[in-house]
Structures are given as structure tokens and as C-alpha cells.
Design a protein. Sequence first.
Length: 384
Amino acid sequence: MINKFMSPEIIFGKGALEHVGESFLRLGARKILIVSDTGVCRAGWVDQVMENCLNAGLEYSTFFNLTTNPKDFEVTYGAQVFAETECDAVLGIGGGSVLDVAKAIAIVATNGGKINDYEGVDKLLAPLPPTIMASTTAGSGSEVSQFSVIVDSEKKKKMTIISKSLIPDISITDPLTLATKDASLTAATGLDVLTHAIEAYVSIAATPLTDVQAKNAIQLVSKYLRPSVATKSNEEAKHAMAMASLQAGLSFSNAILGAVHAISHAVGGRYELSHGEVNSILLPHVMDFNLLAKPQRYVEIAELLGVDTRGLQLMEAGKRGIEVIRQLTKEVGAPQHFSELGLHSPDEASMNEMATMALEDACMITNPRDVTTKDIKDIFSRAM
């Protein structure tokens, strides 16, 4: 059996943002489109990379008009800015939404058309401009992945775009950026990391190369998410969570994901909810459903989370791990039910539409257990 594993060049560590300018010079760039959002700008990180680009002799333009769940028309506007200001490279600096938009802008800039044309797997025909992704949230893993997720505003669904071309040329992670996140965002993004690692570990496309990354990420989240949520000043916890995000991203980029993300994309396309919070709600319910398909893997996950599984039957040991995740979610203050986010039971037509979208999502392909429309409705009902 042949295993493949893809990753960008990775620059990781305290002060890594200082490498943005020289990294673009190595890629042959002249003028950079800096894609970010107002929160990252307020934190001062965008000013830092702007100064770094200027010191390297690089020009830049900016695009900051993003929403929580980025839309197709935002990508269109960003691509117009790229073309009109004659940029030749893209920097995404921020969380998953920012990085996904930055990648999507790069797609349209060289492939043309609308971002909606590229939903699915391997639809890109032309190479992307040089891209560098700098993560500031320890959550999405988009800085190393072959994914971009964008909302189709007309269909009200999240489009999953997967292509090896979306793997950035260079990934930059500076754990110092995590010190400006509040507790609720730290919790949501950290649980997103855990979801990435678990879904990659039980994916039908998992390999020994992805397993080692996923296992390390699960252990790091188990040990460091609580102290990272507790205070902004714990540098050890921030460094560990940044590494967990990076490793989970490398794992799911190659092993893909599963039903949590497929359902989450359907929900996030219809409702303006935080992706990390939606995942935190869905994760234990999908794990309950998938346990039957890969009980041994779930036992291993339980052990990585600190459960002593000696003397336990296979299914019971797996269930203990799921309970640990429920407890972790509660302790870090993340929502456990959709009703906590103000979402109440959708009508039958809306539920059917979301179920259909989830079943068609590319992430569902690698889920370890076959899923039906009824299964999705049951999972969603338990998550309410």
C-alpha cells in the first residue's frame, strides 16, 4: 500500500511572523495582497506584517471585508482587489475564515470565474500565485491544509473545495498571536482542533503518516486546552495549542475529515454560527454514532485523553473517551447544545435540505460509518 503525505514549508515558533517578508522574497513575489479581518488588525498583527513586508522592499494591498462564515461574493471582491492593484502573491493572516478566503481569492485570481465553480475535489486547472498562510487562532489548520470552505450565498450552504494546489507554499505559526484571543474563542478553536484530530484518526483514509500527527494533537489538546482557556499569559499552553492545531491540520489535510464537518458545513451555511462551537456540539454525538464502525480506534482515543481502559469492554472503553470530551467541553465553557446558541429545531424542509447538503459534502466520504438522512436528523435532534 502506498501512502502519500503533503505539507507546505513550515515556519513555527515565537517570532515567526518576522519571516513573512523574506519568505515572500524567496517565492519571487513583488506585491502582496494581505487578507485579514478587523479583529486581527486590532490585535496589531497586521501592522507587524505590513512593516515586515515594507522592510523587505515589498509592496502590498489589503482586503479586510470578511464575515464570520465567509461568502462567495466576498471572494469575488477580494479577487477584484488582487487584480486591480496588480498583486502577484497572497498572504492570509488570521483564523480559519481569513485563511480560507485568502486561498479562495488565489484560486479566482489565476483560474478565473467564480469560487462556486471549484466546489468539490481537484477542480483547479491553473497554478495559484505564491501563497503564505499565517494562523493566529490555533484552530482551523487551514495554514497547512488542502481545504477552503466558503458559503454559497444563494444556496445557503458551505462549499468544500479540496485541491493539492491549496496547500500554501509556506505556513507561518507564531504562538504569540494566541495571547490576544479571549477565553470563548480559545475554547471554540481548541475544540475545533480536537475535532480535526479525531475525525482524521478514524477516517477511512487515515495512514501511519496521518495517525502520528492526529495522536499528538489529541494529547496536546487534552493537556493544554484548559490552561490555555484559563489565561492569555500561559506561553507554554499557547505554544502547545499552536502545535496541536498545526499537527491536526497536517493530519486532516491528508486523511480528510468526517460527519462532524459535513454536518457542520450544512449548519454553518444556513446560520451565522461559529464553526468551532458547532463542532463542539456535534463531536460527541457523531462519535457516539461512529463508535460501532471503529471501536478500537475510539479506545485508543480514550487512552490518549487519559482514560484507564484496563478491564473495560471495547465499546465501554470507547464510550469513556466520549464522556471525557463532553466533560472537557463543559469545563472550558463551550456550548453543548444548539439551543444555547439560540438555534431551535428547524422545520422539516430545512432539516431535509441540510441533511442532503451534509450527505453531499466531500468530508462525508471518509466518515468511518455509512450515514443516512435519518442518521443526520437523529444526530441533529440529540444536539438540540
